[in-house]
Design a protein. Structure first.
Length: 261
């Protein structure tokens, strides 16, 4: 503070860095808010969830920029180079505090929006899991019917035996035919074996569905807590900066001396 030139440079540097951080963050927010091409209604909730998470992760950067700007003005005022108490509507401090209030409102509104979209995303994920399991169960039923028909079709079994004995097949093809014939013998010897295999496959599908649904719910809960806490803290921080900052400007400038240019 003893060197006026250094003090002025420090104040200017803090303001410049603060402005750069704020502008770059706002540009980043605008770019993130542009939806990708081909985004349909089904993918919109998931995209909004990712958008809210990315914005909340970057939410501290504008706050640091505002603090740097305020710090730059404080250093300049302490050195007597602040230009007095006269504050205009285009004063950088005033604009920074207004921006803080707007960002606080944005993060406040982002909390319910994020929770709603997260609920939709989780429901869609669970619905997709159920659909895939239903398709797999249908395939199991179809294969079971085909096996039952094969077990009762002596003509096809005889054709299978002739194909194995003909010598036309060798290597993996012959091994596959022999395995099919062996399975037929096993199922004929133990009719309950097929039912047991089907029930085992269904049990595995149910377990996989439960695990997938549990993972989807767990991921949704973690994402909700993380983003909600971040947005909540940012909301409080920005509102405090906006409220205290505007109050300090009104007190320093006497309120009535603010020149609205």
């Amino acid at each position: 503070m003893n060197n006026p030139a250094f003090t002025a440079f420090t104040a200017l540097a803090l303001k410049a860095v603060g402005v750069v951080m704020i502008v770059s963050s706002l540009v980043d927010y605008i770019i993130l808010a542009i939806p990708p091409q081909g985004l349909g209604a089904d993918g919109l909730p998931g995209w909004l969830v990712n958008l809210t998470g990315q914005i909340s992760d970057r939410g501290i950067i504008p706050m640091i920029g505002i603090v740097l700007i305020v710090g730059g003005f404080w250093i300049a005022d302490s050195a007597g180079a602040g230009g007095g108490d006269r504050v205009s509507a285009f004063d950088l401090r005033f604009l920074s505090f207004v921006l803080a209030g707007l960002l606080g409102l944005m993060f406040l509104l982002a909390i319910p929006l994020h929770l709603v979209n997260l609920q939709r995303t989780r429901n869609e994920a669970i619905q997709q899991i159920d659909q895939s399991v239903n398709v797999a169960e249908t395939q199991i039923e179809s294969q079971s019917e085909q096996l039952n028909q094969l077990l009762q079709d002596e003509t096809r079994i005889s054709e299978l035996d002739r194909a194995i004995a003909s010598g036309q097949f060798a290597g993996p093809q012959l091994e596959q035919l022999q395995n099919i014939r062996q399975q037929i013998d096993q199922l004929r010897a133990d009719p309950a074996l097929l039912d047991n295999q089907i029930e085992e496959a269904r049990t595995q599908l149910r377990e996989r569905r439960q695990q997938a649904e549990s993972r989807a719910r767990g991921t949704a809960i973690k994402t909700a807590i993380r983003t909600t806490v971040n947005c909540g803290l940012l909301t409080v921080g920005y509102f405090l900066i906006a409220g205290l900052g505007l109050r300090s400007l009104a007190g320093a400038g006497g309120g009535r001396r603010m020149a609205m240019k």
